[in-house]
Write a protein that binds this ligand. Structure first.
Ligand code: BES
Ligand code: MN
Ligand code: MN
Length: 466
């Protein structure tokens, strides 16, 4: 494998400049005005693959943003691994908060970090897989195992069209395991493989009151203010521990076992350090659980934005005619996002006070996933990351969500091996997103090892892809 690793080491400058090319594309999947840019990023991946030896390269229509597919299936008797990643990114705003690196789509390397939107999430994480596979093909003319590449363009928006695409292309995408890098390390010194993710249900509530904005002195007191109603609904959704008050919400939650609690304790974080790092007066959450338990294995509720009325300088005495808010619930095994959606929508309607029109709708959802910790592909992942980073990764859960991993599990029966290279401090989704250059570079080496390690995994013949 030394020859492949050496090739990868020699090509680091090229990798970085090619990474910069895709980072410059403004593939913001949430912005309809930039749908062309999203597609262009997908096309960029396909064009890159065209020079590598991968076959059946195609930018596939999904109903939403397109996904890129390619395969190389000439290693009989080895597992088939699907590489997954997403080339779409989160919106860059608020742009004035990008202070260390003011140009989100003009990447740079500074202080050992790669700066720009989409570095850590997810372009500088999935490209190492593609660069490593290219290295194998360039040096050896073959890959250690069968590989399918599937890079989507709408993960950040909940992956609607791509979910349907996977469901209707099970044969095309059939595989024994999915390899992805779209998660972060447990701490800056601790390489990490994630074996479980939370799910999510995302909602928008629109509240309408009077037909026009009103003077709050002339009219106040004789009608319901829609923004007051918003406050009431939000308050009504949670108790003072942040627990959801939605009837039935916790019914399907699998309680933590003592064994799991012990495992969590072994990697426990220092609450006081965490508190300082986050700049909050106190950590907060459901009573009876540690911070990690709350984050990894308990549901949570967060409002993401509230709008309406006057929020400019100074004061204005107005009753706004309308407003709204967005919120989501993180879900854990065995909560079902569709069932939760119904329960939450009903409860919002129930909480809606008289005198305003409240419209609630679910925007998207994702099912929680968990890979049994004894899965042999996880161990192969640990071996590969250890070989490249010099330290054995821990297996941990993660509070965030990658909804498509549940579809891979349900529809392809394929576990997701989440070999992340990011750090929690990378500011993904926020201003000044970055990722350590060393993680990008060692990430490529880790991926060179990874596909070799996967090749040695023996899978039960009944579950093997023909
Ligand atoms: N890569 C993230 C998920 C993630 C972040 C995993 C940090 C581990 C550590 C992914 O792109 C993401 O942002 N997911 C969304 C899903 C949502 C848009 C449906 C999330 O978790 O909010
Ligand atoms: Mn991501
Ligand atoms: Mn993301």
């Amino acid at each position: 494998m030394l020859d492949v690793l050496e090739y990868a080491a020699r090509n680091q400058e090229r990798y970085l400049s090619q990474l910069f090319e895709i980072l410059r594309i403004q593939s913001v999947s949430a912005d309809p005005a930039r749908a062309g840019e999203v597609r262009r990023a997908g096309q960029w991946v396909a064009d890159f693959l065209a020079g590598t030896g991968f076959e059946h390269i195609s930018v596939m229509e999904t109903g939403g943003h397109p996904a890129v597919y390619a395969d190389w299936l000439h290693a009989p008797g080895t597992p088939t691994i699907m590489v997954y990643g997403h080339y779409d990114v989160q919106p860059e705003d608020p742009i004035d908060k990008w202070v260390i690196h003011p140009t989100p789509f003009e990447p740079t390397v500074k202080d050992g970090q790669i700066w720009g939107r989409g570095t850590s999430d997810d372009k500088a994480q999935f490209m190492p897989h593609i660069f490593a596979l290219e290295a194998w093909l360039k040096v050896r003319g073959s890959l250690p195992c069968n590989v399918k590449i599937f890079i989507e363009g709408e993960e950040e928006g909940g992956t609607g069209g791509t979910h349907d695409f996977v469901r209707s292309h099970r044969d095309l995408l059939a595989c024994d395991a999915v390899a992805l890098s779209d998660t972060s390390w447990f701490s800056p010194e601790q390489p990490t493989i994630v074996y479980a993710l939370r799910g999510i249900s995302y909602f928008q509530v629109d509240v309408k009151g009077p037909a026009r904005d009103l003077h709050s002195g002339v009219y106040g007191g004789m009608l319901r203010n829609p923004l007051n109603a918003i406050g009431q609904i939000i308050a009504g959704l949670q108790d003072d521990q942040g627990r959801l008050t939605v009837p039935g919400f916790y019914d399907d939650v699998v309680p933590l076992t003592e064994v799991e609690k012990d495992e969590f304790r072994k990697v426990a974080i220092n609450d006081d350090e965490r508190r300082k790092d986050l700049g909050v007066e106190a950590l907060f959450g459901e009573a009876g659980y540690t911070s990690l338990e709350r984050n990894w294995a308990r549901p949570s509720f967060d409002v993401h934005g509230i709008w309406g009325g006057f929020s400019g300088e100074g004061s204005k005495t107005v009753i706004a005619s309308e407003g709204g808010f967005k919120f989501s619930c993180r879900l854990v095994a065995n909560q079902d996002p569709e069932k939760i959606r119904g329960l939450v929508e009903d409860h919002v309607r129930h909480l809606a006070p008289s005198g305003v029109k409240v419209d609630v709708k679910g925007l998207h959802g994702g099912t929680p996933v968990m890979v049994p910790v004894d899965n042999p592909f996880l161990k192969a992942g640990q071996d590969a990351v250890e070989a490249a980073f010099g330290k054995r990764p821990v297996l941990v859960r993660e509070g965030a969500s990658i909804p498509i991993t549940a579809v891979f599990l349900e529809d392809l029966n394929a576990p997701s091996i989440m070999v992340g290279f990011g750090l929690d401090s990378d500011n993904i989704h926020g201003p000044d997103e970055h990722m350590p250059l060393s993680h990008f570079r060692n990430g490529i080496a880790a991926c060179v090892h990874l596909y070799k390690a996967f090749a040695g995994v023996v899978i039960p013949s009944h579950s093997r892809v023909p």
